[in-house]
Structures are given as C-alpha cells and as structure tokens.
Design a protein around this ligand. Structure first.
Ligand code: ADE
Length: 343
C-alpha cells in the first residue's frame, strides 16, 4: 500500500528535532485544549468509562466547519488514552482492499482516524458497517456464481472520524457511531485570544496584549485561522524589525487581503457578486458557483459558515440572500427592495 493512504503516528520526537509545520501548536493535554466544553466533558466520561471497563472507546464522529479542531481532538484522544492511532482519509481509501488492509493490520485497541469521511465511496462504506458493529470484515472473493464471502475477525478498535459535511453522511453510517456524533462550535473571542496567547508562547514570540485582540477579531472564530494569522504577523514583525502589536497585525493582515472582520478576498468577491450580479439574491448555490468559477463545495465549506455566522448571508429555500449587514460592510447602497422591506 502507498504511504499516502495511511500515516502511522510517529514515536515521540527527540529534543531539537523539527516538528511538522503546525504540529508544534497542537495541544497534547486536555487542559491545553481550549473551548468546546460540552464535547470535552462528554469525551472525558466516555473515555474514562471505557478505560475502567477495559474496553476500547466506542466509535465517534466529529463534524463542523474546517479548522475548529476535529483532528486535534482525535490526536488528544490517542495521546491521553495511550492508544496508537492510524490516520487515513475518505479520498485516500480507493479500494475495499485499502480499508481491509488497514483494519486487519491494527493492533487490538488501536484507533483508526478517517478524515473527510463524507468522501468515502459507497462500497467501502458498506464494508465498514460490520467492521464497526461486530468487528468483522466481510470480503467477497471471486465473481459471478462462484463468488463467496469470507468473514475475518478484526482486532477490537475505535473508529474516530471527521467531516465538514455531516449531511453527506448516510444515516446507516451515522448511526454506527455508537460513542456519539459531536458538532464542534465556533469559538468565542475570549477563547481565540487564549489560544493565540498559548501559541505565541510556544512560538517564542512576545505580544503586547493588543496583538491577540486584533488577530482574534479577524480569526473567524477558528483556531487554525488564528494560528495562521499569528504566524504571518510574527513573520512581518521579524522582517520589519517591529514588535508584534496591534499596528503590526493590521499591516500584516491587510497585506494578505484580510479585512477588519476577517473576510478574505474570496469572501468579499462572493458578497460583491451577489450584490452586483444577482441584486442581493435569492441566488442558487450552483448559479453562484458558476458566476464565481468556484466549486459549490468550496463555497459551502469554506466561505459560507463564517458569512452565515456573521449574518452576512442567509440560506433560504429559494437560494442565498445578502443581508443589510453585508451591504453596510461592503459600503454599498441598499437595493430598493431591501429598503422598502425595512420601512
Ligand atoms: N488548536 C486547535 N484547536 C485548539 C483548541 N481548542 N485549543 C487550543 N489549541 C487548539
């Protein structure tokens, strides 16, 4: 099997060894994982109960917009339970044999993490059902009348999975996550500031308190974005020999095209297209995607969650509509139909 399909968790790194980019900021203790209080509490009970009974934790699905810490939670579960984790993803599993080989090579009690599980193909998904439910692998050998099924018993394992598109997960698959289906929420400004402070400390950058607030304001309530902006602002401060303060953050993020509420050039293009080409909507996702030369999934996964959270756009049965807030943010005059509605 190609090494692309599965990544074994590496053993602890020795001091001084470079970590993968991004990995250095990943919390390795529950106390360092900020926010998502309800999920953490549920997981604590689930993991402790399984440990006390001496069985692997049940299968768990995490869902929510990108960058909220789904993979981070999987790593934390692996680290804190001392269970090795094999990592793969929906699109990496091309054939039933890929999944069969991973499952049969697990050591009893291991965790299998499948990222982007919504992209798993149907045939493979159906092989996963009995594996999740009764720890058995049903494999069809041969074709036509001579085809027969053999059943292999698998080592006990825990499946952790993550998706940004929970609606694309079939209900038979969803119902087999007997440990729970958890939705990650956007973070509060205070939580994001805490995450930035912790990351700055790990990166060894000095901040003055105003920098964290400025980064947080633009972070889309998302830790991954916050950490990315922190690193870019650090680079900018280093190259310009400046301290990392409010002004440096403003300058560095402006250079990246990020505005004062964290909208990217692609977000603004989407809003402007809705305003100028579709008179504020309603406009269907397909039409909007075609007008932007963008994939529908990209708009749904990357642009819309934050734009909806900020009240910039609304999803209605007739399509997407632009809100009054969006017109104000873009500095555009409200169209006549919206003005009348407000009177
Ligand atoms: N990185 C990603 N998610 C995080 C969280 N919730 N707390 C701290 N660091 C994180």
């Amino acid at each position: 099997m190609s090494s692309k399909k599965i990544t074994e968790k590496k053993k602890e790194k020795t001091e001084g060894e470079e970590k993968f980019v991004g990995e250095e900021l990943r919390p390795s203790k529950w106390d360092d994982y900020i926010g998502q209080k309800a999920i953490k509490e549920n997981l604590r009970i689930l993991l402790q109960a399984a440990e006390e009974r001496g069985v692997p934790p049940e299968h768990i699905l995490f869902y929510g917009p990108p960058g909220l810490g789904k993979t981070t939670l999987a790593h934390l579960i692996s680290k804190t339970t001392g269970r090795a984790m094999k990592i793969t993803s929906g699109p990496a599993l091309e054939k039933v044999g890929d999944l069969a080989s991973i499952l049969t090579n697990l050591t009893p009690g291991d965790i299998l993490f499948i990222d982007e599980i919504h992209r798993l193909n149907k045939t493979i998904e159906e092989v996963l059902y009995p594996a999740m439910e009764s720890g058995s692998l049903d494999i069809i050998i041969g074709k036509g009348p001579s085809a027969r099924t053999i059943q292999l018993e698998l080592p006990p394992f825990t499946l952790l999975a993550a998706t940004t598109r929970v609606a694309m997960i079939s209900s038979p698959l969803r119902s087999r996550f007997s440990g729970g289906v958890f939705r990650l929420e956007f973070y509060t400004d205070e939580e994001i500031e805490k995450i930035i402070k912790r990351s700055a400390k790990i990166l060894g950058v000095e901040t003055d308190g105003t920098a964290e607030k400025e980064i947080s304001k633009r972070s889309r309530f998302t830790p991954r974005t916050a950490n990315y902006f922190l690193k870019r602002a650090r680079d900018y401060a280093q190259v310009h020999k400046k301290t990392l303060d409010k002004e440096t953050v403003e300058e560095s993020l402006k250079l990246l095209g990020i505005d004062d509420i964290g909208l990217s050039p692609s977000d603004r293009k989407l809003l402007e297209t809705m305003a100028h080409k579709f008179n504020g909507g309603p406009v269907g996702l397909g039409t909007l995607a075609a007008a932007l030369s963008e994939e529908e999934a990209t708009i749904e996964e990357f642009n819309e969650p934050y734009l909806i959270q900020m009240g910039m756009i609304e999803r209605t049965p007739r399509g997407r509509t632009l809100s009054e807030t969006a017109y104000h943010h873009l500095g555009l005059k409200l169209p006549k139909n919206l003005q009348r509605k407000l009177l």
